[in-house]
Design a protein around this ligand. Sequence first.
Ligand SMILES: [Zn+2]
Length: 189
Amino acid sequence: MSTEATLLERCQSKCELCGSDSSLAPFVVSPHTQVTVDHAVMICDTCKGQIENPETVDVNHWRCLNDSMWSQEVPVQVMAWRQLKKLSATEGWAQDLLDMMYMEEETAKWAEIGMDDNAEKPLDVNGVELKKGDDVTIIKDLPIKGSSQVIKQGTVVRNINVSDTDPTHIQGKVNGQAMYVIAEYCRKK
Ligand SMILES: [Zn+2]
């Protein structure tokens, strides 16, 4: 089953934040960059629009978090927490919900790490910032674009470089060849 189909089944074709059944699409929960079942939520156009354009937020729309914050799904918890956190700056009810909310320690860490949407930094699989000069381990076999080779899981890339133009990638040498690797597929050593 495709990731999208699995997500649709999980959410029972309803927005995982507000329960609406109109035009759902997967939304990656930052700092992750790839749609996977563990890192994405299925949300409607209204939720997505207001998340991406905070200046258009309709506060009352987000009363829905009263229900969705109790979701069993970790990425849904993370999204609910972040929206409540933003709203709590002006809305007392959002702060009350935040106070009631329960998340595992790991989940809380994820929620906080991805909170700053403007943070243009490469983050590894654990959300740790990668910096120039770091050594990283590749966490899964990665096909090399334009060739039949793969970078094997467990490969160590030493003395990486970060790019200003694309914060989701790091640059490093694998077998003497310079290449870009998605930061999320690395683990800092
Ligand atoms: Zn929605």
